[in-house]
Design a protein around this ligand. Sequence first.
Ligand code: ADP
Length: 582
Amino acid sequence: MNRNTWLEQWASRIALRVPVRFQLGKMPYAFFFAQVVSVFLLVFAVISPYPYAPVIFSLFAVFLQVLLVCIQRGMSLNLAIHLGTGLGAIILLYSAWVSGGIHSPRLSWLLILPLTPFYVINRRSGIFWLAVVMALQVFIAVASHMAWVPVFEIGDAHVLSSFMVYTLVTCVLIVVPLMYDHMYRQALEASRDHQRELEERREELEHASQMREHFIANVSHELRTPMNAILGFNALLLARLGDKPEARKVLNHTRQSADHLMTVINDILDYSQSQAGRLVIQPETFELRKTVEDAFELFFPRVKSMELAYRIELDPALPQWVHTDRHRLMQVLVNLLGNALKFTHQGQVVLRVQWQNPGVLFAVQDTGIGIAKDRQAQIFNRFSQANGDIQALYGGNGLGLAISRTLVQLLGGDIDFESEPGQGSRFWFHLPLTACPEPQQKPSAARMEVQTAQLPWRFLIADDHPVNRLLARQVLKNAWPHSHIVEVSDGLQAVDMLREQPFDLVLMDMVMPVMDGIVATQMIRTQLPSAVRDVLILGLTANVNPVDLDAFRKEGLDDVMLKPFEPDLLCAKVEHWLLQRN
Ligand code: ADP
């Protein structure tokens, strides 16, 4: 049990009974202290053998009660304490004067006089009263030395009175620090409670934020999976259409809408990854000019139907090869160009890329609606649009610029803009790029003619989605018409199938019921006979987190392909591995 428990219970009981003004904070203690001192004074009024003592002590007790009433009526506690201490000093001076001067035990009361201002008001008040007390002691010492103080005969009454003085002073000396200690503990406990509450709140928020990230990642994953089928079949149909312009137009529209949906999904996914600090950069060496032109040309179909001058100006001094994350650079360019075209109805949109030695400055200038001055400061914040009407008129999720800024910063650069409402905007970003030597191994072209089309490769497709299996089968059958293709719907079936017959390559979905792609790959690599153990395994996943992708590779997959995949790219990859192995 806490040694202060009795005091706490007692103090709280008193606190409830005292007048309203004395119920909170230090006030119960002040009230209690004044009452104790009043009782002492009355006791001394009765037992003190000195002339006028009964009157003086009783008057002081009454004075204390009057002070309490004044406090109750609104007088400040600090003023009341100074007044009480001052009067106390006068009374004690009188008591000491009549009871032996410097030899009087009453002087011990003087010692505790500064305690109340010290504990209840502040340290400065305590030190002030300590100085007053010391001055009084000097005065009494001098007065005693000069024999100014009256001489008196010591009798029993004096002995009793002196004994009482010492006893009470001793009690007060221990009670005051105890009370202060109690107050301190209470404050400490309250602050600990508050801290605990804050900690719980922080944990709750962290949990909620994790749940949100998890949810967003899950939803995006679930969305990417069917997009695989939509985009994949679209590409297959486009390849088979031949010369049917009307049908091609319809399929192109579907393709554009699906692409747009993919950008939205990717934006959400990127955003959730950047929030979780998991957005990772994957630099490669590539041709700067070509990448910028690719991003620029992506909008040709859209610009065709607009009355706009859509231009690109590339500085001839630009380095040919640079080393950075090509995909992310494209993403930022596409974002800025997309915005410029979205918010510009007439005039022009120009993409300028300049060599700044060092670094490259990319700028997208438009003659569009511009951004109101008061909204410009927030435009890079997530979910921020220039005003409420923008969403209704132009759509958008307000994530594009926030993601672009994160990406540019991850690439080591900075991004900003200037905009004049009604005149247009200029968004620019600077990347610290330098010229690189041409890479030894050229990046594999996406569109690659299959060289082994006539070979009877044996493929195993493991995917729980029948539509995705169908798509993969069609893509493989198109490229290798003589291939032998077997489908299974989970990892365990894939392992069993490999035990039964040999395959040249397995297309393994990562997320499957019963047994996922990772566990199945581990089993194949460790438990199957050595002849089948080394079969080529190409993982398919809608998980775009590079950290996870690396982990997949470490588990024994030969390569990983992101869903939705370009059929041509999948075939190129399959062919690359088959040629390397055989
Ligand atoms: P959104 O997907 O909504 O366009 P962004 O983050 O890309 O999200 O852009 C945020 C907002 O910034 C837009 O909604 C628009 O109000 C404003 N904005 C961005 N680019 C331009 C531009 N070129 N001209 C005018 N306003 C722009």
